[in-house]
Design a protein around this ligand. Sequence first.
Ligand SMILES: Nc1ncnc2c1ncn2[C@@H]1O[C@H](COP(=O)(O)OP(=O)(O)OP(=O)(O)O)[C@@H](O)[C@H]1O
Length: 257
Amino acid sequence: MTIAEPVITLQHVALSFGKRVILRDANMAIQQGEFVVVLGPNGAGKSTLFKMLLGLIQPTAGEIRVLGRVPRSGNKEIGYAPQHRTVEGDLALRARDLVGFGLDGNRWGFGLPSRKRDAIIDQALEEVDALRYANAPVGHLSGGEQQRLLIAQALLTNPRILLLDEPLASLDIARQQDIVTLVDNVCRSRGVTVLLVAHDVNPLLPVLDRIVYIANGQSLIGTPGEVITSENLSKLYKAPVEVVHALDRIFVVGAEV
Ligand SMILES: Nc1ncnc2c1ncn2[C@@H]1O[C@H](COP(=O)(O)OP(=O)(O)OP(=O)(O)O)[C@@H](O)[C@H]1O
């Protein structure tokens, strides 16, 4: 039996912006098809980790490999949905146009015949159950509907890795659940590796494989039971933190997550 190479590895990775240390000695190996939730307080470096994987920010030290190579920008094997604020108002942009940006941002999308282009966009819209509002103006759609479009956009190039930055932000619990189910289906059916930034792990507990926790320049990776413990979080935050398990949920008391 051969053991598959991890799709993402960080070895002794450090990153600072001037005097601000974001990561000191980060180490992780993430496998094909894993669903990984990235947690940590505001400003910890969660989005910055994504930018390093996308080749947009270089580590100060250490080695990063994505699908066996040094990260490079424009890698169509990574689908990326950045942090997003809901678009409001009468913006003329239609849902399918927003999704189509996923092709335009990649060189291979240029010059596609329009029928082929439409078919690719329709397929992505169908996968996120957004076909029925394909022609609606984006500003008329709810936050959850807009989030589906961003996921469709990220899927357009058939990526092997999906980076989703806070796709659950400002959604109600039911809509959060819908997006979690959608992303889980994409992860399992396509065998895509998902990294998803969140501030609350609870809606994701039924589907995630492991979590990465970043705080104060340190990072931990493992199952929720391995990582989210009073001892670990007290060390990360350098303050007393209590982790409470109740009603199949995890509550962190004493720190902003
Ligand atoms: N290009 C940059 N130059 C200098 N500082 C930066 C740069 N990018 C990010 N930072 C800083 O690095 C820190 C980490 O930012 P990042 O956006 O990764 O945090 P985050 O964990 O995603 O936070 P949030 O939960 O608030 O989205 C912040 O203090 C931010 O201001």
